[in-house]
Design a binder for this molecule. Structure first.
Ligand code: 3NM
Ligand code: MG
Length: 515
């Protein structure tokens, strides 16, 4: 009998240790999980004696068979054979795939744990039915996991499989997956050519006080895109469409007055609030993660600026990121000075791993740090020297946007922004922006405020924000005597452009120098 088509969308790995199972009954938990919507079950038990394992496997099999859910045994081919279950899951240190296949026959389901591209390609070539790809996030559930590969690592493995004509092999990811991150992990790991078939979890179900409710919730989550991915609207952009659309977006901002939640650094609080007000948003400067869910519910947007982050503030950033992700509210990441110190590199890693950003905005050094380019040194948190040529900058920005499935904005004399398919460069702005403090930070504020109203096309929204900001700087520079007077003229110019947009006059956008 050929293998029936397996649904890998919600894959449960059991754990009988007291730390996870508590005093619950394993069979009852699996029964509840299957009723809740789990689609595959793997019995993973590293300590029980063989006779006990076979007994447990048979008991679980009664439950899973009734629900038409395959039961697999971790590592133990003998136990799988003795209990007559559907297959096994083998790790890199277990029996090799080919021997397992010989012993179990062509109809058994055999999955393989893979941590690297090479392991994944090998297992897929050998003929594994599915791969368990991980470890995605650090987890307390499994001792001595190999490397943490993050969503970017999973995506790299998926696209490599597709490139090598091995896209048919099914894949689930494992390690630290739970209801808070399941949807965005599925979203962030997807490559254009291959996406995951499901998620594998241990503690999210096994340690839940109500495994049925936990499973139902997870099943609902994996069956739908995350709230922030509702809009996939991507009109081609031309200079004409950009000039026509930008003032409309800014008028929408001024007329809506959306909440602009700023979690920003000590240096620019006041200036950022002034800029947000000038462009027509309603700023709230709050670094308290505990109120982020309430603020996210008000329908605005968030900018997380890493400028003066401490470990305490980072916890707040992560709480807020999660809260906005949960309701689909736009979040802009401004990784200020990302490459400057180890603490900032670590902060960048944990924020990028802790949620999904609609836009990542930074200078060349910051964006390259986010992209994981080694050897990028930053002296301070100011812009520093550009090192790459325009074509290289475009490649870094586009590749990062593709990887994160978001919008990336790299600022500089020429700004480059991309959503992975469409890439635009902007040559507006003025040198005086580099002579004042907080110009980069307030651009982040501006982008986030605009995204609160432009929900359909994040690239166009980001571009409108950049043009508003930089054309205002050009207008201000015409009047300013230097950096000191530039700041008030700049706030005036932002305000003036917004008022012109409200009055239906969008001619200023013709100053756009976009390509
Ligand atoms: N295998 P949780 S991580 C069983 O990386 C297992 O191969 C892993 O537990 C791997 O869902 C892991 O509680 C434990 O984080 C996953
Ligand atoms: Mg193993």
């Amino acid at each position: 009998m050929p293998q029936p088509k397996v649904d890998y969308s919600l894959y449960l790995v059991t754990d009988s240790t007291p730390a996870i199972l508590g005093n619950k009954d394993l069979v009852k938990v699996v029964e509840a999980a299957v009723t809740g919507g789990v689609t595959v079950v793997q019995l993973r038990d590293k300590t029980s004696d063989t006779s006990d394992l076979i007994r447990i496997a048979k008991a679980l099999h009664e439950v899973t068979r009734a629900a038409n859910v395959p039961l697999l045994i971790n590592d133990r081919i003998d136990v799988a054979l003795a209990s007559g279950v559907e297959g096994v899951h083998i790790g890199q240190d277990d029996m090799d795939y080919k021997t397992a296949r010989k012993l179990l026959g062509p109809d058994a389901i055999i999955g393989v744990t893979t941590n690297t591209e090479a392991e994944a390609l090998q297992a897929a070539r050998d003929g594994a039915d599915y791969l368990g790809v991980g470890t995605v996030f650090s987890t307390a559930t499994k001792a001595n996991t190999k490397s943490i590969i993050g969503t970017a690592g999973v995506q790299q493995i998926l696209s490599s499989l597709a490139t090598k004509s091995l896209g048919h092999v099914k894949t689930v990811c494992i390690g630290g997956i739970n209801a808070r991150n399941a949807q965005r992990v599925l979203y962030q790991t997807a490559s254009p050519s291959k996406k995951l078939d499901g998620i594998a979890v241990v503690s999210a179900i096994m340690a839940a006080s109500d495994p049925k409710i936990a499973s139902t919730h997870l099943k609902d989550l994996v069956s739908a895109p995350p709230p922030f991915a509702k809009f996939l609207f991507k009109d081609p952009l031309t200079r004409e469409s950009i000039i026509a659309t930008t003032p409309t977006i800014i008028a929408g901002l001024a007329n809506t007055k959306p909440l602009a939640h700023n979690m920003t650094n000590l240096v620019v609080q006041h200036f950022a609030a002034s800029v947000a007000l000038a462009i027509g948003a309603s700023p709230i400067m709050s670094n308290n993660g505990l109120e982020a869910a309430d603020l996210a519910a008000l329908g605005g947007s968030l900018v997380i600026n890493m400028g003066t982050t401490t470990p305490e503030i980072r916890k707040n950033h992560l709480l807020a990121l999660e809260a906005y992700n949960a309701v689909g509210g736009p979040v802009v990441f401004d990784p200020v000075g990302a490459g400057a110190t180890e603490a900032r590199r670590e902060g960048t890693r944990s924020l990028m791993g802790g949620g999904w950003f609609s836009v990542v905005k930074g200078n060349e050094g910051e964006i390259r740090t986010v992209a994981g380019v080694e050897g990028v040194r930053q002296r301070g948190v100011d812009s520093g020297d550009a090192q790459l040529g325009l074509q290289e900058r475009i490649k870094v920005v586009r590749d990062l946007a593709r990887r994160e499935r978001n919008v990336v904005l790299m600022t500089g004399e020429v700004d480059v922004l991309s959503d992975g398919t469409r890439t635009v460069s902007v040559a507006n702005g003025h040198a005086l922006l580099g002579e004042i403090t907080g110009s980069g930070c307030t651009l982040g504020t501006t982008v986030a405020a605009v995204l609160a109203v432009e929900r359909e096309d994040a690239l166009m929204g980001t571009l409108a924000a950049v043009l508003l900001f930089e054309i205002a700087a050009e207008i201000a520079a015409e009047k300013a005597g230097g950096p000191g007077t530039f700041v008030p003229f700049f706030v005036d110019a932002l305000y003036g452009l917004r008022e012109r947009c409200k009055a239906g006059d969008g001619t200023w956008a013709e100053r756009a120098r976009v390509k």
